[in-house]
Ligand binder design. Sequence first.
Ligand code: BGC
Length: 354
Amino acid sequence: MSVKRENFGFMPDGTEIYKYIIENDCETQVHVLTLGATLQSLIFADRAGKPVDVLLGFDTVEDYLTKSNYQGATVGPYCNRIAGAAIEIGGKHYELVPNEKNVTNLHSNGEFSFRPWKAIIPDADCVEMTYVSPDGEGGFPGETTVKVLFRLTRDNKLSIRYSGVSTRDTYLNFTNHAYFNLNGYASGDILGHTLRIDADRFTPVDELSIPRGDNLPVEGTPFDFRTAKPIGRDIEADHVQLKMTGGFDHNFCLSEGPVPLREIGEAVGDVSGIKMDIYTTLPGVQFYAGNFLQGKEGKGGVPMTKRTGFCLETQYFPDTPHRPDFPNCLFKAGEEYASETVYAFSHAEDAAVQ
Ligand code: BGC
């Protein structure tokens, strides 16, 4: 196991951005940037031994600052959407940035995702990134200190552990916004990937992608991924929820609250045979099929067009601050937020390898 550090460029104000490369004895590599604690590359060999980079991303700081749809970024203090870009805590009203359609707060307007983080190497298999968000940044109360520990195991598991604590009562909901393409980032769309999600219910949304308030059974709908199926099989089905969001872009309900780490699904690249098992302690996961990718050029100049990557953003449910019935993520001043998500890489037995 080893961790190396390289220069990745500079922020407009001159702050140096580093890339950390964690590598194990199988030559699996995880590349993490101090810009937004971003997963830039994850290189894993397919069954034929060919290294495949399974993450969408960019080659330069400038591209991350100007072209990003949150590729690989850490998102916080509140990932996903908050209706009306406002929250109430203890009778106090806080205005957030309405960065989506001028009404909704999406991904906290990128507060955590485009800042330089500090990094240390606690051990030969991991990197820890820290960011201190000043009180009131993006409208959120409290000075919030967040740490994200990226660890690569000898058996090709990437573990991401989050911890956070704020000086005021606040909502905390962190995720990583990796876009995966298990056939390789330059291989075209992800519609042939098979996906399983162990969720009986999903969260239907309105025209602004805000939860309607009911969590519907997946049974008998295109949202039933309880048995693995190709992502493309039902993505164009005539279902009002798919029309509303232009393809899968929904929270899947995994549990009533945080739980010990457990497996929640798997994805397989149909061409590479690369399999990714997903584990999390969190109660929800946003399955987003990359419907809004618009062809911006990413790593190696490869255009990231519609559905060339998919996200499985583990999370508390969207708009929890307005949904007392959803698993609660209001943390008291000084109370610790903690979660873990693991993406485990291996090879599927039955996938076709070309
Ligand atoms: C959202 C998508 C959005 C994407 C990039 C996802 O978490 O659900 O609607 O386009 O992030 O911001």
